[in-house]
Design a protein around this ligand. Structure first.
Ligand code: SF4
Ligand code: SF4
Length: 155
């Protein structure tokens, strides 16, 4: 329930910000954080908040393929606004915020993060085994969100 509530709040905020920018004359579009993993056909969203956040200097990808920020680690949820407004943005983080401790890999109950060594990049992330992750959440866990790889990331 909290998951859906936070999604609604972030969706509303992204649209409010976009409308505010448009009043100032800049074309803008808000994109909410809806759980696109629920799309079983693709297991992929239309827009990557995580790649956008890395390019905006908020953090880097972790081995868990989530955004890892220096302050809040992976305990963040994202919405985005695409706009023509000129913005000041942070530089890319010079080093990875993930120290590759592998806690997320060891604690993942589905094995979805196995074989990360061959594919992981802190700039672009990697394609985890989404089918294993989705099966655990929607079949084994009966639709209850997992989030162990979020919690595992040490402060
Ligand atoms: S959400 Fe759960 S099953 Fe999916 S990758 Fe993270 S720890 Fe593994
Ligand atoms: S748990 Fe460790 S390996 Fe996984 S993303 Fe966090 S810092 Fe990186």
């Amino acid at each position: 329930m909290e998951f859906d509530a936070v999604n609604q709040i972030l969706l509303g905020m992204s649209h409010q910000l976009a409308r505010s920018l448009e009043k100032d004359g800049y074309e803008s579009m808000g994109i909410g954080p809806e759980a696109s993993i629920g799309d079983y056909a693709r297991l992929k969203g239309d827009f990557s908040h995580k790649h956008s956040a890395v390019l905006c200097g908020l953090g880097t990808f972790g081995v868990n393929n989530l955004l890892v920020t220096p302050k809040h680690r992976s305990r963040v949820r994202l919405a985005s606004v695409i706009t023509t407004a000129p913005l000041v943005y942070d530089e890319l983080l010079p080093v990875s915020a993930c120290d590759q401790c592998q806690q997320c890999v060891h604690q993942c109950p589905s094995g979805a993060l196995d074989q990360w060594e061959e594919h992981y990049s802190h700039r672009t992330g990697w394609t985890i085994n989404k089918e294993k992750c989705a099966h655990y959440i929607f079949v084994t866990n009966a639709g209850k969100r997992c989030g162990i790889c979020v919690k595992a990331c040490p402060q």
